[in-house]
Design a protein. Structure first.
Length: 198
């Protein structure tokens, strides 16, 4: 009974943080009515995203794995497991971006998913800045004909679950054999695109 109650509590905490991210992320610059500067809006959204990722990675996935309750798996549906932190992040970002020009996601020069490599000029410059300074990079950009205020924040490994998945993944070993992550390392960036055009 005690074990089940802890599992339920952790799952409720994870789901609650997920809904906070989704509900806050649906705000765009037009809904703000210009009352908040875009760099402050992206900072707020980032803090929510970072909290959700930390709670899910450390207090759900890692803890349940350590206690041998349930594990996370890349094939979580077939394995009856938890989604990996990166998969949970992608699912929340897809839900938050539905029917909106607002978007957020993870990019990394060591991404396991080629769709998450830094592609645009902004993303490449921002990633280089983060890896050099460890600080967020923010600027305006035009993407697909729309104007955005975009920000890239360092995405650090918060638990062993994060680094174990990347370091041991066959794609990582093949593409980045010399890159071995440790807890606390910057693994990439969290990209937030805030639409400015109506």
């Amino acid at each position: 009974m005690k074990l089940s109650l802890r599992l339920i509590t952790l799952m409720i905490l994870g789901v609650a943080s997920w809904f906070v991210v989704v509900s806050c992320a649906t705000l765009d610059a037009q809904q703000m009515g210009g009352k908040l500067p875009p760099d402050l809006v992206t900072d707020y959204v980032y803090r929510i995203i970072k909290s959700e990722r930390t709670i899910y990675g450390k207090y759900v996935v890692q803890r349940l794995k350590d206690e041998n309750i349930v594990r996370a798996s890349e094939h979580w549906q077939q394995d009856k497991a938890l989604p990996l932190p990166a998969q949970m992040f992608r699912m929340t970002s897809e839900l938050a971006s539905e029917n909106s020009a607002f978007s957020y996601g993870a990019i990394s020069p060591w991404s396991l998913n080629e769709n998450n490599l830094p592609n645009t000029e902004f993303e490449q410059k921002a990633m280089e800045n983060i890896l050099t300074t460890g600080l967020p990079y923010k600027d305006y950009q035009v993407k697909d004909g729309k104007k955005y205020y975009s920000a890239l924040y360092p995405d650090k490994a918060v638990s062993a679950a994060c680094i174990d998945c990347h370091n041991q993944h066959p794609s990582h070993k093949q593409r980045y054999p010399d890159k071995v992550f440790k807890v606390g390392d910057v693994m990439g960036g969290i990209l937030i695109n805030l639409p400015l055009d109506p």
